[in-house]
Design a protein around this ligand. Structure first.
Ligand code: SF4
Ligand code: SF4
Length: 443
C-alpha cells in the first residue's frame, strides 16, 4: 500500500483534453534542429559536416564526458548548417540543422551482441549510452550514468508512471499503448542490475493505465503495481520513492544510498527498443494541450522538430496565446520563439489563452506560511525568499536552498503570487557559480 509523502498540492489536473486520445504520429518537419545539449549534463560536439548526407538513427554529435549522451538524426537528409540556433531555454546554442529529404532512410542497427542474452549493468549502460537514452520523464539525465551509479548498490527498481504535472498525458498513453515494451524494458534493467523487487508506480487517477497494467501483469510476473496518491509532485524521484518504499533519500544523498533506482516509463520503453531493435532515441511522445490549442493531442514527435510545427499538427492556435510552455505548467519553461526545437526531455508543449494561465502581478509576502506547508522537501520557502531579497547567500545555503527541486508547489499556493521558483533558481545558480570560482582559485 502506498504511503503519502509530506507536503505537495493538488492543482487542477486538466488532462481530459488528451487523456483518452491515442498517440498520433506527426508528419516530419522540413528542417530539424539539433542543439548540442539535448539532455542535462555536458554538451556534445558535432561529428558531421555541412553538406553531408545523414540517415535516420545516425549519430551526429557526441562527447566523451560521462554526463553526456550522443545525439542521433531523426530524419534522413543533408546537414544544412552548423550554427547557433534558439533552444527551449531561450538561448542560442550551437546546433546541427538538417534539411529533411523525407526518404526516411535508416542506418543499419548495431548488431554486435545477442539481443536475447542478459546484459550486465556495464553492457546495458554502454548500450543505452550509445543509443542516446536519457530520463524521458523530464529529468533528461543520461541513463547510463544512473545505471553505473546504481550497480551493486540497489535492491529496488521503481518504474515511474506517476505523471503528476497538469495537462501532461504522454506517459499515461505510453502505459496504455506500449505496455509490452514497457514491461520488457523494466525487466532488462532489473536483470542487468540483479534487482528482484520491481514496482510500477501509477497515480490513482490513471484508470486506463492501471487496467492495462493489470492485464499485462496477469500474464507476466516479476513486476508489482503500486497505485500512489494523485498529488503533485508525486512523480518527483524522492516523493515516488517515499510513496512506494517508505524510504527517504537523505538531504545530501541519492536514491542509491537507500538502495533504489527509479526509471520513467517512457525511458523503459526506449531501453527495450534500443536492446531488442538496436534503435537509438530519435523520437518521443509529447502532449500538446492548453486552452489556446485548437485540437490537443498526444504526438510521436521526431527530436529536433520546431515546437511551432507541433502546434500546427494540432490545428494551430485558437487565438494568440498569452503564454507557450515547453513542459508542464508547474516546472515547464516559457517559450519566446516557436522555432525552438523539441529535445529529449520535452514531454509537453502547452499554450494558454489570456486568463487561463495565472500570471497576476507579484504582490507582497503576507507571511501566511502556506509555502512552508506545501514544500515536499520540508524547506522554508518564505525565509529563503527573504534571505534572497536581502542578498544573503550564506543564509540561503543554511536554509538548504540547494535541496529545492523547483517543483513549484510554493509558488502555486502563494496568495501573493511571488515568483518563488525563479528566485530559488537564481540563488542556486549563484551558489554554483561561487563554488566553481572557489575551485578555480584552489587549482
Ligand atoms: S519549489 Fe523548492 S521551495 Fe518551493 S515547494 Fe518546491 S522544493 Fe519547496
Ligand atoms: S505563501 Fe507567499 S505570502 Fe505566504 S508566506 Fe509564503 S511567500 Fe509569503
Amino acid at each position: 500500500m502506498a504511503v503519502n509523502f509530506k507536503g505537495g498540492c493538488h492543482p487542477d489536473a486538466k488532462k481530459n483534453a488528451t487523456y483518452k486520445k491515442p498517440i498520433d504520429e506527426m508528419k516530419s518537419a522540413a528542417e530539424l534542429v539539433f542543439p548540442m545539449l539535448m539532455h542535462k549534463g555536458s554538451p556534445c560536439g558535432p561529428i558531421v559536416e555541412v553538406g553531408q548526407r545523414v540517415l535516420v538513427g545516425q549519430k551526429i554529435a557526441e562527447s566523451t564526458a560521462e554526463d553526456s549522451a550522443p545525439i542521433h538524426s531523426s530524419v534522413s537528409g543533408t546537414v544544412k548548417a552548423i550554427e547557433p540556433r534558439i533552444n527551449i531555454d531561450g538561448e542560442k546554442i550551437l546546433s546541427v540543422v538538417i534539411e529533411n529529404d523525407f526518404a526516411d532512410e535508416e542506418t543499419e542497427p548495431a548488431a554486435d551482441y545477442d539481443r536475447f542474452r542478459t546484459l550486465s549493468a556495464k553492457e546495458l549502460a554502454s548500450l543505452v549510452r550509445e543509443a542516446g537514452i536519457v530520463g524521458l520523464g523530464g529529468s533528461a539525465r543520461p541513463l547510463s550514468q544512473k545505471i553505473l551509479a546504481a550497480e551493486g548498490r540497489v535492491d529496488t527498481l521503481i518504474i515511474n508512471g506517476a505523471e503528476c504535472e497538469p495537462y501532461v498525458t504522454a506517459d499515461n498513453r505510453m502505459m496504455v499503448e506500449y505496455s509490452e515494451e514497457l514491461y520488457d524494458g523494466a525487466m532488462l534493467i532489473a536483470k542487468a542490475l540483479e534487482i528482484r523487487d520491481i514496482t510500477l508506480a501509477i497515480e490513482s487517477d490513471k484508470s486506463h493505465a492501471i487496467a492495462e497494467m493489470h492485464r499485462v501483469f496477469a500474464k507476466k510476473t516479476g513486476i508489482k503495481l503500486c497505485v500512489v496518491h494523485t498529488k503533485y509532485p508525486q512523480g518527483a524521484e524522492r516523493q515516488v520513492i517515499k510513496s512506494v518504499t517508505r524510504r527517504e533519500v537523505p538531504p545530501d544523498g541519492t536514491p542509491y544510498d537507500i538502495g533504489v533506482i527509479t526509471v520513467n516509463v517512457s525511458t523503459a520503453v526506449a531501453v527495450s527498443r534500443a536492446v531488442r531493435e538496436g534503435k537509438p532515441l530519435t523520437t518521443r511522445i509529447i502532449t500538446v494541450s492548453g486552452s489556446a490549442v485548437a485540437n490537443p493531442k498526444n504526438l510521436i514527435v521526431k527530436l529536433g522538430t520546431p515546437i511551432g510545427d507541433l502546434i500546427e499538427a494540432c490545428g494551430g492556435f485558437l487565438e494568440h496565446p498569452e503564454r507557450v510552455i515547453a513542459g508542464g505548467p508547474m516546472m515547464g519553461k516559457t517559450q519566446y520563439s516557436l522555432d525552438a526545437p523539441v529535445v529529449k526531455g520535452t514531454n509537453a508543449v502547452l499554450a494558454f489563452c489570456r486568463g487561463e494561465d495565472k500570471t497576476e502581478p507579484e504582490g507582497v509576502c503576507i507571511h501566511c506560511g502556506k509555502c512552508v506547508g506545501v514544500c515536499p522537501m520540508q524547506l522554508m520557502p518564505v525565509y529563503i525568499y527573504r534571505a534572497y531579497k536581502a542578498d544573503k547567500l550564506s543564509e540561503c545555503v543554511k536554509l538548504n536552498v540547494s535541496d529545492c527541486t523547483e517543483c513549484g508547489c510554493c509558488a502555486y499556493i502563494c496568495p501573493a503570487r511571488i515568483s518563488l521558483v525563479s528566485a530559488f533558481r537564481a540563488v542556486k545558480k549563484k551558489i554554483e557559480d561561487v563554488k566553481k570560482e572557489e575551485k578555480v582559485d584552489e587549482a
